[in-house]
Design a binder for this molecule. Structure first.
Ligand code: HEM
Ligand code: HEM
Length: 354
């Protein structure tokens, strides 16, 4: 094991704003059956230097790795004097090094303004605040349902089964949806691929809860002693539109960015569209939820116009939806908070799926 530090890396390390990360790289040593001194240098002259060139565009995943021999200059100067000796040594090394791999740990530093930027301190405060507001929103909805709406039940009691609908929508299509899109910024130090998997996985959980929430509301209409019409309100239209948009977005995002993964140029072109529709769907879900709680409050809160405690709770829930949504959109659209690619996102040059 040897530690390899490249000149460029050191320059970056001295820079005031750097991001440092450690990588373990396996470098296969391929014996070449030739007596050419140039090739012999490549085979036989560790340490090898690995240069990582970061992508110039934030949205793309390209990088270049240059592997070169540190000793090649010295060896070239002494070509003639050492030629015979080198050839003998090379033959010995070729025998010893067949299929050998050097595993080495290297420290890579790259410019990352974000890490030392005071804007990041703001981000952290706002990120924690967003989580607190999101959790309060869920607890408040739970309390409203538990204290004023009769709690939760299964299909045997359709009017109470309905209560799963606002609870699961609040957790799934608002809180988890918001957090899935915050994941790239909130956990910026993780590798891009890990973040993609988290982003996709949180969206799946949000989707499952959304489906259960829809089952609950359709059951509450269809299984009622006197069945209630479906899909008559603006809330239900816009709510269903948000769910359909979410599903399309998931399929497109999965196919383009995860598996099978589009070409890099196509992914770069799709990303702004993906971000736009992702945020649009989120705002639409919040708008639908606001209509939903308003409708339910008018149906169920007794003496709503005198603002009883049940009315205050449901109103506060709406205020928290709006605040949570506003914070998520701010954190996801502020260019200062955008995650910069890490060297290890790209160092292994692993195709479309990075
Ligand atoms: C983003 C979240 C939400 C979405 C996507 C959504 C979606 C839907 C859909 C598609 C329906 C139609 C069901 C049917 O016709 O049988 C519905 C009904 C309903 N939802 Fe929501 N909902 C959401 C949040 C809420 C919230 C937070 C409440 C608050 C209590 C709520 C209250 C209702 C009510 C009262 C109905 C039955 C009346 C109607 O069809 O408008 N919804 N919802
Ligand atoms: C309903 C599903 C989805 C929604 C609503 C959604 C929404 C979003 C949003 C709003 C962003 C911007 C985040 C930011 O700028 O910090 C984003 C970024 C991204 N999403 Fe999705 N997404 C969804 C599914 C997926 C899936 C399945 C994948 C596949 C892995 C994916 C891959 C990405 C990638 C690669 C980015 C770019 C992150 C960056 O700025 O570097 N998305 N998504």
């Amino acid at each position: 094991m040897s530690t390899l530090v490249n000149d460029d890396v050191e320059k970056n390390a001295n820079n005031e704003n750097t991001h440092t990360s450690t990588l373990t790289v396996e470098i296969p040593i391929i014996p070449i059956s030739t007596t050419s001194n140039e090739h012999a240098d490549i085979i036989a002259s560790p340490p090898v230097t690995v240069t990582v060139a970061e992508a110039s565009k934030d949205t793309t995943d390209t990088a270049a790795i240059v592997v070169k021999s540190n000793n090649s200059e010295n060896n070239n100067n002494n070509n003639n004097a050492n030629l015979q000796q080198d050839q003998q040594q090379d033959q010995q090394r070729q025998q010893q090094n067949t299929n050998t791999t050097i595993t080495t740990t290297m420290t890579i530093s790259s410019k990352d303004k974000m890490d030392t930027d005071p804007a990041m301190a703001n981000f952290k405060v706002l990120f924690v605040l967003t989580q607190l507001i999101g959790l309060t929103m869920i607890v408040l909805m739970g309390c409203w349902i538990g204290v004023h709406m009769g709690g939760l039940a299964g299909t045997s009691n359709p009017s109470i089964e309905f209560n799963w609908h606002p609870l699961l929508m609040t957790i799934g299509l608002i809180f988890l949806y918001g957090n899935a899109i915050l994941v790239y910024r909130g956990f910026r130090s993780l590798r891009k691929r890990t973040l993609k998997l988290c982003h996709a996985a949180i969206h799946v959980v949000a989707f499952v809860l959304t489906v259960l929430a829809l089952v609950a509301v359709f059951d509450s209409h269809n299984l009622a002693p006197k069945p209630i019409a479906n899909m008559y309100s603006l809330h239900s239209w816009l709510g269903l539109a948000a769910v359909i948009m979410f599903c399309l977005q998931y399929v497109a995002g999965f196919a383009a960015f995860l598996a099978p993964g589009a070409k890099q140029s196509v992914r770069a072109a799709l990303l702004p569209i993906h971000v736009y529709f992702g945020l649009f769907g989120f705002i639409l879900a919040i708008a639908a939820a606001l209509m939903g709680i308003t409708e339910k409050a008018i149906f169920s809160v007794k003496d709503y116009s005198n603002l009883p405690s049940s009315g205050v709770m449901v109103n506060l829930c709406g205020v928290l939806y709006v605040t949570f949504g506003a914070l998520v959109v701010y954190l996801v659209t502020n260019p200062n908070y955008k995650r910069k690619p890490l060297p290890e996102d790209t160092v292994l040059l692993t195709s479309a799926n990075d």
